[in-house]
Design a protein around this ligand. Sequence first.
Ligand code: AMP
Length: 450
Amino acid sequence: MQDFQSLGLSRELLLAVEQEGYTTPTPVQAQSIPPLLNGRDVLGVAQTGTGKTAAFALPVLQVMNRSKPQGKRHIRTLVLSPTRELAAQIDERFSAYSGHLDIRHKVIFGGVKQNPQVRALEKGIDVLVATPGRLLDLIGQGYIDLSRVEFFVLDEADQMLDMGFIRDIKKVLKLLPKQRQNLLFSATMPKSIADLASSFLHNAVKVDVSPEEITVDRIAQKIMFVRKADKRRLIVKIIKQERVSKGIVFTRTKHGANRLVKQLAQSGINAAAIHGNKSQGARTKALANFKCGETKILVATDIASRGIDVNDITHVFNYDLPNEPESYVHRIGRTARAGKSGIAYGFCDDTESGYLVGIQQLIGFEIDVDESHEFHFVGAIPKPDQKPGKIKTGKSSNKPRNSNRKKSGNSNPRRQGKTPSSNRRSGDSNPKRSSRRRRNRNRSRSNQDR
Ligand code: AMP
């Protein structure tokens, strides 16, 4: 088996990975580090949880350390990340890996005061990790100069595009010098990302790791049919019965997340919410308490939870079934990381049975139904001929946004329910392919209430 030494890493970085307790490079590290050390661009299809941060941070740090420019420090590496959480995580990894090097790094993002960020920039840094909005803001104010960047890393590129950052990325690209090394990482590779990649990567080495294909198989999935009004009692019962020590609960709305946190507290369960309306301080604190085990349950909306890297989540609860089937795969992928197994419960009430049909068509098999609980509600069970996403309430706000699924003519055999469990292993539960459909759908959808 390959070790870090054989990848060509220097003594200082080998020491850092040893201190982190890493013994074997992950596939994305084994494939990315040597070409990056040799000056190549890299296009990586990999998501959070695969070790991709070390895959780019280690070689970038090593090459930067080889030649140190004279005079005041300037930004030599720029890492762009879509979310504040992910940016903070990347920066924290740079701290861990650069412990034996004279490299200064800083993370900047919105939602917090800019003054401490400006002060750090004025002192001089080597590595800047940033979200696009605050980066462009501080560039506009004259605090950031990108003209001497040697490494440009675009992380979670598909999420960047989903979040509408394409113009910002193009603006940033214009400010970078021509001579530089580029890295692009994305969990999926739809045409829009491939086009973006080819616009600035040169002769890139392609690295492809697809962890979801493996992890989905290690997740025990269960559906529970339940009245909306009984969901709270059901979740409390499971959390207590199964002594859940690290569970993530997905609600559709921010308001729903807040409400559930309060209700869980009334039942003696310590939970915290993470969503877009929380201040950055509250989000960071909630995540830190969850990681260290002080908070057992994190209640999240989809947008806030993407990219969160917590390895030992045992339970995922789809308290509200997602109205986009692909979100289901992303959500349950929060568990069964790093070789562990996990359990994913989906609560389906009578307004959500159409969503369940859509989810099952996407993943290619029927999820086991758990009827053993006292709240089992037959009224929520989908009708045999029910259409995906069809709901009974008639409320327009509940309508699934994936309206052009029908237009696609249902040519995909999975959508016709023809290929059952074999697809699990062949990766059809992988969001890779499906995300193209997702992106092609209502791109400008509002994320306001997530
Ligand atoms: P990432 O995908 O970069 O967010 O990393 C996911 C998690 O894997 C982080 O907690 C890293 O500390 C950890 N990790 C990264 N590389 C390795 C490795 N080679 N061995 C064990 N853990 C690793």
